[in-house]
Write a protein that binds this ligand. Structure first.
Ligand code: ATP
Ligand code: MG
Ligand code: MG
Length: 381
């Protein structure tokens, strides 16, 4: 019997555990909170990620370690890796934890990126602003997610406000200034690399964000084959450079036919949730196969899928379940503003059919604004 240890017990760990059940896998989740939603399906070891005794117990009880959460302290991941196989490696994790390190890696690999510079003082902010220009975004280097820890500067006069908002973190998590990309679309590529170095990527996915949080994903994105190749090439370079094992996502901005890399996620990714019903093999199943050294599954899409994120609270499930290709995911979390509490995936063989299903669900749930850009894309806008 194989036990997979997961650091972090959120919805990603929960969906990994659900997807591993048919493989006969057992799981153990390490999380600092007692109500981690993965604990509804997997035993929970509740402890701080730095707790040595807990890490020792965790290492003793699992055969392999992986992550639901990329902000696990690098020292803890390193300590575990000396005792049990850890995938992705602590080095890959360390790069993905730091926006400066990941953007530097992308640039060194020849992957287009927005202009960026490290900021560690008010003087370096002014210098970076002079070099990059406005509009731009000041971000924390570490620990940001769902658009938290970011400040947008429209002009040089916003420097004071940006520094007031984030300057205190310059000496702790560090800051980075990035040029603002006037992108036409946001896309992501979710890929998996095996222990032997085989790479497979699901089709490019188009993503829509609201207030910095993913709202909807459409796959396959309507994109020329050239873009799919660009994305696959970028993913392959990053994965090879990090000797990456498991699933990861590259978030991309499409501007004038070029894909610029925004960030990578060293784990299964929200923009890959559609693969549960919309692909031959899901990102969760393939991540487990990769970290366990099992053959990877096919990643081809089954028709067209749209994932809708439920943020804050769950709407009623019935209108989604009434659709022929409607699928519901309730993460078992209590409602809270800005929290990802579930998602729905609508799948159809035909893009027009999917657009119609989205519009019906949007009307029934009063979520017309959430589905509208996706339906418009499917209708060829
Ligand atoms: P996630 O939840 O995806 O981890 P995050 O907090 O790490 O988010 P980013 O992905 O860097 O943050 O930014 C959130 C969103 O803000 C992006 O998806 C994009 O819509 C917008 N954004 C971020 N950086 C830029 C940029 N340089 N130019 C234009 N838009 C940007
Ligand atoms: Mg991020
Ligand atoms: Mg992001």
């Amino acid at each position: 019997m194989t036990t997979v240890g997961i650091l972090g017990g959120g919805q990603l760990a929960r969906m990994l555990a659900l997807s591993g059940a048919p493989l006969g896998l057992r799981f153990l989740v390490l999380d600092s909170v007692a109500d981690a939603c993965a604990a509804q399906f997997a035993p929970l070891l509740q402890a701080d990620y730095r707790d040595q005794a807990a890490l020792a117990e965790f290492a003793a009880r699992v055969d392999v370690v992986t992550f639901d959460f990329e902000n696990v302290p690098a020292e803890s991941a390193g300590w575990l890796a000396e005792r049990v196989p850890v995938f992705p490696s602590p080095r890959a994790l360390a790069v993905a934890q730091d926006r400066m390190a990941e953007k530097t890696l992308f640039r060194d690999l020849g992957i287009p990126v927005p202009p960026f510079a490290a900021v560690d003082s008010r003087e370096t902010l002014d210098a970076a602003l002079a070099a990059i220009g406005t509009p731009c975004i000041l971000k924390t280097r570490r620990l940001g997610y769902d658009g938290k820890g970011q400040f947008r500067l429209r002009g040089p006069a916003d420097a004071d406000a940006a520094w007031a908002a984030l300057g205190a973190q310059a000496g702790t998590v560090g800051l980075i200034l990035e040029g603002f990309v006037a992108f036409q679309r946001e896309l992501s590529v979710v890929a998996v690399r095996s222990r032997e170095g085989e790479l497979r990527a699901w089709p490019l996915t188009e993503n829509w964000h609201v207030d910095g949080i993913l709202s909807a994903s459409l796959a396959p994105a309507s994109a020329e084959p050239g873009l799919q190749r660009q994305a696959l090439e970028a993913a392959g370079k990053v994965a090879a450079a990090l000797d990456y094992v498991g699933v990861f996502a590259l978030e991309l901005f499409l501007r004038d036919g070029v894909l610029l890399a925004n960030e990578m996620a060293p784990r299964v990714h929200n923009s890959g949730h559609w693969t549960i019903e919309g692909a031959e093999t899901s990102q969760f199943q393939n991540h487990l196969r990769a970290v366990l050294g099992l053959p990877l599954g096919e990643v081809r899409p089954l028709g067209h899928s749209c994932m809708l994120n439920w943020i804050g609270e769950l709407p009623p499930a019935a209108p989604v379940l009434a659709e022929p290709g409607g699928h519901w995911h309730d993460y078992g979390k209590s409602p809270r503003a800005g929290r990802k509490v579930g998602h729905a995936t609508l799948r159809a063989d035909d893009p027009q059919e999917l657009a119609a299903a989205l519009e019906r669900v949007g009307r029934a749930l009063g979520r017309q604004a959430q589905v509208a850009p996706v339906a418009a894309r499917l209708r060829g806008a």
